[in-house]
Each structure stands twice: as C-alpha cells, then as structure tokens.
Ligand binder design. Structure first.
Ligand SMILES: Cc1cc2nc3c(=O)[nH]c(=O)nc-3n(C[C@H](O)[C@H](O)[C@H](O)COP(=O)(O)O)c2cc1C
Length: 142
C-alpha cells in the first residue's frame, strides 16, 4: 500500500548548500532500498518535503527525519493513501525555491516568499505538481 506524506519545517538559520548536499547524499543512500521517492524543496530557512512509498517505510523515515537536529517545528501538512506515485522519477528530487519564478509562488502563496505554515496541504501539493510540470526539479531516479 502506497502513501504520500507532505511536511514543512524550518532551519534555525539560512539553509546552506552543504546541508542540502548532505541530506541529499543520505537520501540517495537510504531511499532506494526503502522504496522511497519524493522531492525536497528549500527556500530561505524553510523545507517542504514529499515522501512517497509504502506506509511503514514512509512512517519510519518521517519519524527519523522529525528528530533531525538540522530542522525544527516539523509540521505535517498532508497525508494520504495513494494508488500511484507522483514523484516516481526521483530518489529525492530537489528544488531551490529561490530560483523558482515568483509568479508561480504567488499563485499558491500569500507572498512570493514561501511560508508553507500558512499554506493548505492541498495548495502546497498543487505547487509541487506545478514544479514537476514545469521541469523545475533537479535530481535523478535511484
Ligand atoms: C529536511 C530533511 C530531509 C531529509 N530527508 C531524508 C530522506 O529523504 N531520506 C533519508 O534517508 N534521510 C533524510 N534526512 C536525514 C535523516 O534525518 C537522517 O539524518 C538520515 O537518514 C540518517 O542517515 P545516516 O544514518 O546514513 O547518517 C533528511 C533530513 C532533513 C533535515
């Protein structure tokens, strides 16, 4: 059984590229064997991540991620059982929201600076789907 989980969190300071590289390296190391796919967006000090996979695998990884000291105030935005993956092509795709067109962010957010805590889970998922449609996700399948 497949599930999709979306959460937001933020870093105590501006997110540095070394931190992203290290998270992506860990994702590449673990996600393929766990059957996890998804995308990780970061912008300013916020993270927005989708995890897809088996219910047990997604729950276990999410619980591990919540305890990670590199971010805090992890907020679950959306969780659903799904019949198919949307992010099957990405072991953990990556999007730097600073490089995303401000008008796309404004379409779904109150301001062009992403504040996922102020977004509905549905709007956040719609934004991520548009990032796929407009090929703004970096990364590769595992
Ligand atoms: C925002 C964020 C997203 C993360 N995403 C993943 C992920 O998709 N897969 C993963 O294995 N670890 C992820 N991590 C890292 C885990 O919290 C944990 O540090 C890592 O899985 C431990 O791997 P290691 O035992 O190989 O060091 C993420 C961490 C953060 C802060």
């Amino acid at each position: 059984m497949l599930v999709r989980l979306l959460y937001a969190s933020h870093s105590p300071k501006a997110i540095e590229s070394e931190v992203i590289e290290s998270i992506l390296a860990q994702s590449r190391r673990h996600n393929p064997e766990l059957g996890i796919t998804g995308i990780l967006c970061q912008g300013g000090d916020v993270y927005l991540q989708v995890l897809e996979g088996g219910r047990r695998a997604v729950n276990e990884l999410y619980n591990r991620i919540v305890q990670d000291q590199r971010h805090r105030e992890v907020a679950l935005l959306h969780f659903e059982e799904v019949t198919e993956r949307r992010f099957a092509g990405w072991t953990m795709g990556q999007v730097n929201l600073a490089k995303v067109n401000a008008s796309l962010l404004l379409k779904y957010c109150e301001t062009p600076a992403l504040d996922p805590y102020a977004m509905s889970g549905r709007a956040a998922m719609a934004l991520l789907e548009e990032l796929i449609a407009t090929a703004q996700i970096v990364g590769r399948a595992g």
